[in-house]
Structures are given as C-alpha cells and as structure tokens.
Ligand binder design. Structure first.
Ligand code: BJ8
Length: 419
C-alpha cells in the first residue's frame, strides 16, 4: 500500500490510534474473507477496495475537494443520494461496524446504546476514520432516538444537517418528506454553490438507479441453487456500495455478475441450507454473523436489511418535466423503504415473505443489534408470521464484540440441524 501518512496528518487523524486500526483490519479480512474457497475472480476488485479503504478512496475524495467539490457523510438509506450527486458532491456512508470504535464512543455515550451509534461516534471523536475527517457536512435523520441525539454531539465536530423523517406513511407524510427533500436541496445548493436542475437531478436519478440495478442483478443470481457466490462476499459488496465511486462500482458488480452467470451455466457444488437475514444493518467491517453461519456450511442468500435489499429495491421513477415531479418521485421511492422506525410497518413483513419464496430459503435469522428497540419489538410479529407459514426462524441479538461468538455458533448449529 502507498504511504498515506501525510494525507492522514492533513486530515487530523490520530495517527497512533489509527495505526492500531490499520493492523486489525487486514488480519480480520484475511481470516474471514481470504480463506473462503473457490471465490469468483471478480472479487479481486473488492479485495483491492478493502485493502485501500483508508487510502486510495480517501485520496480520490481529497482530490475532489481540491477541485472545489464537497464530500457529504450519511448514515441512513433514507437520505437521497441523488440530491448529493446532482450538486456535484460525493456521498459516503459513515455507519461504522467495528468494535474498535466502541471504546471512544462510550466516552460520550451510554454503554447501553446501539453499537452502530457508539461506533460512528467513536470514529469521529477519536479521529480514526478518514472518511469522517474528509466530510464537509454530515446528514443525519430522525429515525431512532439514539441517532437523533447523536447528531447533537457530532455537530460539535462537523456541521450536521438533520432530515426530519416522518414515521408513518400517510399522504401528509409524503408531503412532509417532499418538503424535507426540498430543504435538503437548498442546503446542498448553499454548500456547493451548484443549483439542482431538472437535468442534473435526472442524471443523478439515472446514476443511482444504475447502481440499484447492478445490485439487484447480483441478488437475483443468488436465487440459483446453490448460490454462485457466498453471502459474505455479497455483504462486502453491499457495504462497499456506500462509499465507492458509483460508475466504477457498477462496472465491477456487472463484471462479477457476468462471471457468476458462467458459473451457473457450468453447474456447481452441492447445495447448502439457504438462509435469509432480516433486521438491522451490518456496517463495514461487521461480518460476524455471516462468518459464523457460512463457516458452519450454510449459505446466506438474501439480506432484508439496509446493507441488503432495502438499499437497492425499487428504483426512482426517471420521468418528470419539472423539479417538483422529480422530487415527488424521490419522496415516493424513499418513503417506500420499510424500516422498523415506521408505524405500522407491515410492508417489512410482506417483503420478508416475498423474499422467503423468491430466494427459496430454508430458514430466517432475525438479526438485531443490541439496544435497537424498534427491530427488537418487530421480532414478535415476524416470528408469528413466519411460524404461520412454517418457515423456521431464529432471533439473534448481539453487538460487535466477539464475546458471544461461541454461544451464537452453538445456537446456529442447533438451528441448522433442525431445519
Ligand atoms: S432505514 S435500519 S439505516 S434507521 S441506528 S435504527 S440499528 S438503534 S440503522 Fe437504520 Fe436507516 Fe432504519 Fe436502515 Fe436501530 Fe441502531 Fe437506530 Fe439503526
């Protein structure tokens, strides 16, 4: 890897601490990813992206800034990427998935809080994440209480714009969400000095849809029995989707899909037990559950999460004559995401049932980050519905530590024997 220390220094990274992080990641990646057998050639690109995660991509962001562009950090799939792209800015997902950042997060946040929130806060206050350091503005949203309050803390470090997300899906909520998108457009115009027009917003919608289509193509290939790619690899690709250059990412996903189609034609190894993960997102480098399950010989074939189907399902309609038409299209697509912060959220149950059929799963793992109450409460309705359809389901509540890995492994083993 090239020497990025000068760049990190300019970004005010805590170099000493950051060195510790740089030591942990390759080791973890090697043990989780590189030991998988028979990986598609096309995964080499994604290996490269991970090896350069705090290097080459950050350099590109810095280059973009030198040329007058802005970098925007986001934390939720409700924040419309299209607005960021239309103003010529680059968006990066900042949700954090490593135990490494928890200690710093707990310096300012209660211990009994969702690890995702503690980790991203810790990444910022410990100055160990170059993505955070590169951002000109962060965009928060009013989803769960923990996140809502974390924006106030982060705002002391980097300006945070908060989008007020309605938590019901009535017509007046669409109107309100449209208004929030308009306010976000104003904010982005002020920050970048670039106007959002029908032309550039349409272009941005097309680009974001292109990414959605590539991911959908990848997920559709997982419907084959056996899946031509591991759940671990797909999870990694979804995680990388949040910060990689869009066109390059789409090209590489499509190349990989071409290879997977060839694999399917050739026929492959024996079938494995097929599982769906549903629940809270798995931010990079949270590979814990996938790694445990796939090491036990089963395969994860779909994730009904924000690092899965919720990120790419449903395209934004590309038709429209006016800016208002396009904003309406954005509002309709985004408010259609079924996150547990909504009430009611029966759409998520319909999605899970549909995926169970489409991907022909043998069982479902309801994955819950600790202290994420909305998803924890939805567990009951999901369990009831799946039991009703005779689909085995298992709930796993966990954080980023490895302390409970042995116990989870034993439980998953028993579950796999039963299904
Ligand atoms: S659309 S899931 S990305 S809010 S931070 S809600 S895990 S307690 S991330 Fe999320 Fe948007 Fe919903 Fe998806 Fe729970 Fe943690 Fe809150 Fe979380």
């Amino acid at each position: 890897m090239a020497d990025y220390r000068e760049m990190w220094k300019k970004l005010n990274i805590n170099l000493e601490k950051h060195d510790q992080l740089c030591e942990v990641l390759p080791e973890l990646y090697g043990s989780v990813y590189l030991q998988q057998e028979d990986r598609p050639e096309g995964m080499n690109y994604f290996n490269y992206v991970v090896s350069e995660v705090h290097g080459a991509r950050i350099q590109e962001l810095e280059e973009h800034k030198k040329n007058g562009g802005k970098v925007i950090g986001t934390f939720c799939v409700f924040v419309p990427d299209e607005v960021i792209l239309a103003t010529g800015a680059l968006g990066v997902g900042l949700c954090a998935g490593s135990q490494f950042w928890i200690e710093d997060g707990e310096k300012v946040l209660p211990k009994n809080l969702c690890p995702l929130i503690k980790a991203f806060t810790g990444a910022k206050i410990g100055a160990t994440c170059p993505y955070f350091q590169s951002c000109d503005m962060l965009v928060g949203e009013t989803t769960c209480d923990g996140k809502k309050k974390a924006w106030e803390l982060l705002n002391e470090y980097t300006p945070v714009h908060v989008m007020d997300l309605p938590q019901m899906k009535r017509e007046k909520d669409y109107t309100m969400w449209k208004d929030e998108i308009r306010i976000f457009i104003d904010k982005m115009e002020q920050l970048t000095g670039n106007k959002v027009t029908v032309e550039n917003l349409k272009e941005a919608i097309k680009l974001a849809n292109k990414k959605r289509r590539a991911l959908k193509r990848l997920y559709d290939l997982r419907k084959h029995k056996p899946s031509p790619i591991s759940g671990l690899d797909c999870l990694l690709i979804s995680q990388i989707a949040f910060y990689d250059d869009v066109n390059r990412f789409v090209d590489n996903v499509n190349k990989l899909c071409d290879e997977l189609e060839e694999r399917i034609k050739k026929g492959q190894a024996k079938e494995k037990k097929r599982l769906m993960i549903t629940g809270t997102p798995m931010a990079l480098p949270n590979w814990k559950i996938h790694s445990i399950i796939e090491n036990l010989g089963a395969e994860i074939v779909v994730e009904e999460t924000c690092t899965g189907t919720r990120y790419f399902e449903n395209e934004v309609c590309e038709d429209g004559e006016t800016l208002d038409d396009l904003i309406d299209n954005l509002a309709r697509r985004y408010l259609n995401i079924n996150c547990a912060c909504f009430t009611p959220n029966s759409g998520r149950i319909d999605d899970i049932l549909r995926y169970a059929k489409e991907y022909d799963v043998d069982g479902v793992i309801d994955y819950n980050l600790s202290f994420c109450h909305t998803y924890a409460v939805e567990d009951k309705s999901i369990r009831d519905m799946l039991k009703d359809k005779n689909i085995p389901v298992m709930h796993i509540e966990t954080d980023y530590s490895t302390e409970d890995s042995g116990q989870i492994k034993t439980r998953v083993e028993a579950f796999l024997e039963m299904i």
